[in-house]
Ligand binder design. Structure first.
Ligand SMILES: [Zn+2]
Length: 269
């Protein structure tokens, strides 16, 4: 204590020892081991220190969430959509509630490897709904990948031309905690099929889905088509559809008007 200079928020007591101007507590104690005076923090100092630590922790968490959002590959448009800031009407209330319930029980879903499949017409808001879930999960420090089979295929193809390995891509999508396959459908499939060199991609897709099935990791799909339509109308590989069916513990149809032409959501200038 000797030589302690009073701080601007302290005054001296009758013995010249520091007292906090704000809470009036002593900023010294007598060390019982050697009976010497030592400086100690008052309540406001402790509170300020805690706040500083919490702020630092929060900043570190924000950085981690930002990284998880970045690696999730979710597009900028959907980066900040949440269950809370999404307007839900009678038409989509049911499905939003169910997916929100899934979100709230994510640890259980992860433990059991539960995924789901949501299908419905173009523009009813499937991607938006899944983006809400993806953001909910990354904000809780879960690793997610939000992509589609075409992008995965492109990534595999690119791995041949740069220094990466195809197996790295497969491993990445096989291991991420929650994999979102958005817009699973005939277009991408036709495109894959049309290029005869790409027939192997079907195998790669199956490999990823199979790994996830074996590792009990959740996979979430959105599509314009039901699984039945995939097989019947588009001749999708039955083994893949079977795997998707097994990965999807729930299958929902999303109905409603096409929200893409909703003028109220447009910006003004
Ligand atoms: Zn104080």
């Amino acid at each position: 204590m000797e030589g302690h200079q009073l701080l601007s928020d302290e005054h001296a007591d009758e013995n010249g020892l520091p007292i906090c101007n704000v809470c009036g507590e002593k900023r010294y104690i007598i060390n019982p081991l050697n009976n010497r005076l030592c400086y100690c923090l008052c309540s406001c100092q402790k509170e300020a220190l805690n706040k500083k630590e919490e702020d630092l922790k929060k900043r570190q968490q924000d950085v981690k969430i930002e990284q998880l959002k970045l690696t999730s590959l979710l597009g900028k448009r959907y980066k900040n959509v949440t269950f809370e800031n999404t307007e839900v009407d009678e038409e989509n209330l049911g499905i939003y509630s169910r997916v929100k319930r899934y979100a709230e029980k994510y640890d259980e879903m992860l433990k059991n490897g539960y995924g789901f499949y949501v299908y419905g017409k173009n523009g009813v808001g499937k991607t938006h709904l899944l983006a809400c879930l993806c953001n909910y999960l990354t904000e809780r420090f879960q690793t997610c990948a939000f992509t589609n089979f075409l992008n995965i295929a492109e990534e595999i193809r690119q791995s041949y031309s740069d220094d990466h390995f195809e197996s790295d891509v497969i491993t990445k999508y096989s291991k991420v905690s929650f994999l979102f396959i958005d817009d699973f459908g005939k277009e991408s499939y036709k495109k894959l099929k049309s290029d005869t060199n790409n027939l192997w991609l079907e195998e790669k897709i199956f490999e990823i889905l199979n790994n996830r099935y074996n590792n009990m990791l959740p996979t979430i799909f959105s599509s314009n088509y039901s699984l039945k339509e995939m097989v019947q109308a588009f001749g999708f590989d039955k083994a893949i559809i079977d795997r998707i069916f097994e990965l999807s513990t729930q299958i929902f149809e999303m109905k409603g008007r096409n929200r893409r032409y909703d003028l109220s959501s447009r910006g003004c200038w």
